[in-house]
Write a protein that binds this ligand. Structure first.
Ligand SMILES: *Cc1c(COP(=O)(O)O)cnc(C)c1O
Length: 401
């Protein structure tokens, strides 16, 4: 799909609506507000996690909004993501945490990106790259306290720490941080949290005993930052909550004063009146039980509307919630609008901020509801929004130069 003649690039790189079948509208003021709300609860520094293109919201605009609201660090998955922030002119501290063992670490060192280190192989490659460059690499050692993903555990931790100290003395490495990630942060009170915090403290003690003096120590993600004070240390790494979604499942995000930043919207591109007994979409899984009107949305699973939400999902159209009926296809889906007065081109909201807490008024679905309908978590709904959905950024306060 090529942009039509009405699509144009604005100075901020945002493609104008008009030529687009669907838009994810990102409210950067909500991102800024959420950062302030979380900072007031956590009372630590915040790392805005902008991996996976800012959970689908656009890494660069989200990073700018978060930094403008007081976040002091940015967190990303890969060298590619870290360097994209630098290319956009963002010079705030960045931590990058997943790397090939044969990564070209000189690019990250030269760009002043902190590199998370979990294995000796990576540490050696980083120290070698730093020696070649003649500049020390800033590293943050990752301990595995029970998640069994990245990070060093068991005897590997003291060994990683000892080698890091050795490289630090030689001048090839500076250990800025020690960090880890919890298994069950979204279940406050889960006994594993207490155990893992204590394992983390022990890992920290080993690092300090070996002579390391990390400036920043961090363990908490959104859920831990909001609900479990003993996980907060110097910095909390904030993903989902910054995007305005509760990390605690169906709990109302506004329990914490969070506001969802993304609204996914489109418009009706076909309408037809059909009799009772009409099969809808592939396989005719759905058959109308009355004469009704079917509205076509140009959004499907390639755009992030999970096929597994069939039979459960709703959209906001003509001031009501209307059901998606039949199978969700790659590019389109069908909404049963009954006898509502709907016209071609009418706006449709797939998900958005939803109703105000306690409001009796119905409102559009939320990403959290879509996650329930699709049998997944909101992270997957947000990061699943496809590339052909235009991102439209509503300016936040920090965007005014
Ligand atoms: C994605 C990620 C986060 C952010 O997690 P949320 O639960 O979305 O706040 C924090 N830390 C690490 C290591 C991550 O990979």
């Amino acid at each position: 799909m090529t942009p039509g003649t009405r699509g144009r690039r604005t100075p901020t790189g945002v493609i104008d609506e008009g030529a687009q079948l669907a838009e994810a509208v990102i409210d950067l003021a909500a991102i800024a507000e959420n950062i302030r709300t979380i900072a007031a609860v956590a009372r630590t520094g915040l790392m805005a996690v902008v991996k996976a293109d800012g959970f689908g919201h656009g890494a660069v605009p989200v990073a700018r909004a978060a930094l403008g609201a007081g976040a002091t660090w940015l967190g990303v998955t890969s060298a590619t993501e870290a360097l994209a922030l630098r290319s956009a002119g963002i010079d705030a501290p960045v931590l990058s945490w997943l790397h090939r063992p044969d990564e070209d670490f000189t690019r990250l060192i030269a760009a002043d990106v902190d590199i998370a280190v979990s294995t000796l192989t990576h540490l050696r490659a980083i120290a070698d790259a730093a020696t070649d460059l003649g500049v020390p690499a800033a590293v943050q050692l990752k301990a595995d306290v029970g998640l069994s993903r990245n990070g060093a555990n068991g005897d590997d931790w003291p060994e990683l720490v000892a080698w890091a100290r050795k490289h630090e003395k030689e001048g090839s490495v500076q250990v800025h941080g020690v960090w880890s990630h919890l298994t069950n942060a979204d279940v406050p009170g889960c006994p594993s949290i207490v155990r893992q915090v204590s394992t983390f403290r022990e890992a920290l003690r080993i690092a300090r005993d070996a002579g390391l003096d990390p400036e920043i120590v961090h363990l908490a993600n959104s859920a831990a930052a909001l609900a479990t004070p003993e996980t907060r240390f110097d910095l909390c790494r904030i993903g989902l909550a910054m995007y305005g979604i509760s990390p605690f499942g169906a709990a109302d995000p506004r329990r914490f004063g969070l506001r969802p930043a993304m609204t996914l919207r489109s418009r009706v591109i076909n309408l037809k009146r059909v009799p009772a007994g009409t099969g809808v979409s592939y396989g005719a899984d759905h058959v109308t039980n009355r004469p009704t009107t079917l509205a076509l949305l140009p959004l499907g699973y390639a755009d992030g509307l999970s096929r597994t939400a069939e039979g459960r999902a709703w959209v906001w159209l003509a001031g009501r919630r209307c059901p998606i009926v039949g199978r969700i296809a790659m590019d389109q889906c069908v909404v049963d609008v009954g006898d509502l007065p709907v016209a071609l081109g009418d706006p449709v909201v797939v998900f958005g901020p939803g109703a105000e807490p306690g409001s009796p008024e119905p409102a559009e679905p939320t990403a959290t509801e879509w996650a329930q309908w699709a049998g997944t978590i909101p992270h997957e709904v947000l990061t699943g929004i496809g590339a052909r959905v235009a991102r439209v950024h509503l300016p936040g306060e920090a965007d005014t130069p």
